[in-house]
Design a protein around this ligand. Structure first.
Ligand SMILES: Cc1cc2nc3c(=O)[nH]c(=O)nc-3n(C[C@H](O)[C@H](O)[C@H](O)COP(=O)(O)OP(=O)(O)OC[C@H]3O[C@@H](n4cnc5c(N)ncnc54)[C@H](O)[C@@H]3O)c2cc1C
Length: 402
């Protein structure tokens, strides 16, 4: 394919959230796409829960896949903020005209997306760890650790925050930076607590940040962000063991007048998920080189505090496919980046600011607890709607931006 021709084939590296969604969107755009995932299986049983915001659901709706999330999700109608004293600091929700956020288990989401990709005949190849890419005038070749290769017109790096494609595009690309917090979570089948009525509570504890929601059937989810100055990898955190971490978490929330102690102590040790360090990803200056581009966390990882990483990953996957449907690949890549960059960078900035609040010291904590109710009263839900009320008009033609 020449630079001016239509893209016919694409290699999508990474079978997390952005990758399979991109492949389905490309297929809808008339482009043959296959996914290459490093691991041998999907993320079954791996890694905690997350919320999918209305904008993420809208992006999935553009390719007829929004119901996947709503079928496995539990609505989160509002977020309530509390201090360690139990004091209600604020409550916020997307404007009522928008659909609710949906809480999903990560493994359920990955599985649902995989099953749908399979149903739509998108090839997904497991055990294919990308190691190198060669890019020429006529196409791109991916090289995998098992010695195999694959070729196509273009390659999309959807390989997450520790992307291999990112430094292949720009060897000077930045790496994620430790955000000063280590993350844990758990599911409770029976919490013994009353339902929080669709509200997910976020508690700025004295020594740790605690989030929880109790569902109508008394099952519940909780998570902790524990401040820790010295960086730690997931493997190092997991090596410490669930038993030891449960003790540490209980000590960290001991003074808080929130349900944290009760919930953690009632949780089966085997249910503890040690999800590891929270990270902030610096701005990635270059998303594209030649026939390669980036989507999802590889391009724009928002800290988990933003609750938007998966949603904006989905948006980028769909937006890129729309651009590739209508434009030669080089124009499609630059139009996609121009459309996406301002929005994702604004969301990333908000998430990084929240991390600062979570790891605040004693003085910062007092100031935060005083300032937050005032600040929240001044926030009109319509002013935050830009984050949630984002639609991709799949049927609109993509044209280069000036
Ligand atoms: C603790 C935690 C909580 C979070 N909570 C939320 C939340 O509430 N809401 C939200 O929207 N987001 C949340 N996020 C962020 C969200 O998980 C990510 O933004 C989202 O998973 C990004 O999707 P992705 O497809 O870009 O990357 P990933 O889901 O990370 O997928 C990348 C895939 O690429 C594969 N891969 C990597 N290298 C290679 C290679 N060389 N070759 C082939 N394949 C490769 C990986 O195995 C992986 O399957 C949270 C993240 C964390 C860590």
């Amino acid at each position: 394919m020449t630079r001016t021709g239509k893209t016919r084939t694409a290699l999508v590296v990474g079978g997390g959230i952005a990758g399979p969604v991109a492949a389905m969107a490309l297929r809808q755009a008339g482009i043959e796409a296959a996914v290459y995932e490093a691991y041998d299986s999907t993320a079954d049983g791996v890694g905690g829960g997350m919320t999918i915001a209305p904008n993420g659901q809208n992006a999935l709706d553009a390719i007829g896949a929004g119901d996947l999330v709503r079928a496995i999700g539990t609505p989160v109608t509002a977020m309530g903020l509390r201090s360690w004293t139990g004091k209600h600091l604020a409550q916020f929700a997307p404007p009522s005209r928008l659909p609710s956020l949906q809480f999903v288990w990560r493994a359920d989401l990955y599985r649902a997306i995989y099953d749908e990709a399979e149903r739509r005949s998108v090839p997904v190849h497991h055990g294919k760890r990308l190691t190198d890419v060669t890019d020429s005038d006529s196409g791109v070749t991916a090289h995998f650790a098992d010695g195999t290769r694959a070729g196509a017109d273009i390659l999309i790096g959807a390989d997450g925050i520790r992307s291999t494609v990112r430094p292949l595009i720009d060897p000077a690309a930045p790496q994620p930076k430790y955000a000063g917090l280590v993350c844990f979570g758990a599911q409770m089948h029976q919490s013994g607590l009353p339902s929080t009525g669709g509200v997910m509570y976020m508690c700025f504890g004295k020594r740790a940040f605690f989030g929880y929601q109790v569902f109508d059937d008394s099952s519940a989810v909780w998570f902790v962000n524990l401040p820790r100055t010295v960086p730690m990898t997931v493997a190092e955190a997991q090596a410490i063991g669930a038993q030891e971490w449960m003790r540490t978490l209980l000590a960290a929330v001991a003074d808080d007048r929130t349900p944290a102690s009760e919930m953690i102590s009632r949780t089966d040790v085997g249910q503890l998920l040690i999800t590891g360090p929270m990270e902030n990803m610096p701005r990635v200056p270059t998303w594209t080189r030649g026939r390669m581009t980036l989507i999802g966390d590889a391009a724009h990882a928002a800290s988990s505090s933003s609750g938007q990483g998966a949603s904006i990953a989905t948006e980028s996957a769909v937006e890129l496919a729309r651009c590739l449907r209508d434009l030669p690949y080089d124009q499609a890549f630059s139009t996609y980046e121009q459309l996406r960059r301002p929005r994702v960078e604004r969301i990333i900035k908000l998430g990084a600011r929240t991390n600062g609040n979570k790891s605040a010291g004693p003085v910062g904590r007092v100031l935060r607890d005083l300032a937050m109710p005032v600040a929240m009263r001044l926030i009109n839900p319509e002013k935050t709607a830009w984050q949630f009320d984002h639609h991709i008009d799949w049927n609109a033609g993509a044209a280069p931006l000036t």
